[in-house]
Design a protein around this ligand. Structure first.
Ligand code: CO
Length: 186
């Protein structure tokens, strides 16, 4: 099932999401639906708050992403359940980010280049892994969603001011986008 994407201005995007209990029913279905929703909207990552569920879960499919314009990142399609960001390391690097909840806006965001993350995979196996490059970037962006943080919170204040009109329009649903969206008003 394809969910509509909650966009900028939706209160659920600003909440700190809660942990998923291990006996949560239909988790498998939810993970499948999130992959389907993300694929439909051509995203590389999707966090549960973006479909209106304030739960600590995100999915990533970066198999199509090119890194440094040449290096492909194969085999990076995963669900992260109850993730804990244990550490971020390395230099802060800039990258032009976008977000399905903030359609048609891309801005440079600086983030540390490495992460260590602990999470449960879709089989409820505990994983503890380190990532760098584009994977570390996407993980940090999606993890922020679970904390109620959006990438526009991390950009230069002047750039953010220049985006005010566009962000207001998005929050009212006045945006040209190919997937179904949900605003706070509806
Ligand atoms: Co996002």
């Amino acid at each position: 099932m394809i969910y509509p994407i909650y966009v900028y201005g939706s209160p659920v995007l600003r909440k700190k999401a809660i942990e998923i209990p291990e006996d949560y029913e239909k988790l498998g279905q939810l993970v499948d639906d999130m992959f389907e929703t993300m694929g439909h909207s051509e995203g590389v990552g999707l966090a549960a708050p973006q479909i209106g569920l304030s739960l600590r879960l995100f999915v990533i499919d970066a198999t199509q992403v090119e890194e440094d314009d040449e290096e492909f990142v194969p085999d990076f399609k995963k669900a992260f359940i109850n993730p804990v960001l244990l550490d971020t390391k390395g230099q802060e690097v800039g990258y032009n980010e976008g977000c399905l909840s903030i359609p048609n806006i891309r801005e440079d965001v600086f983030r540390p280049e490495k992460v260590r993350i602990r999470y449960f995979d879709s089989e409820w196996k505990l994983q503890d892994e380190e990532y760098d490059g584009i994977r570390a970037r996407i993980i940090q962006h999606e993890y922020d969603h679970l904390e109620g943080i959006l990438f526009t919170d991390k950009i230069n204040p002047l750039r953010k001011r220049l985006l005010t009109g566009k962000l207001n329009a998005i929050s009212k649903g006045r945006v040209d986008v190919d997937y179904k969206i949900k605003t706070a008003a509806r």
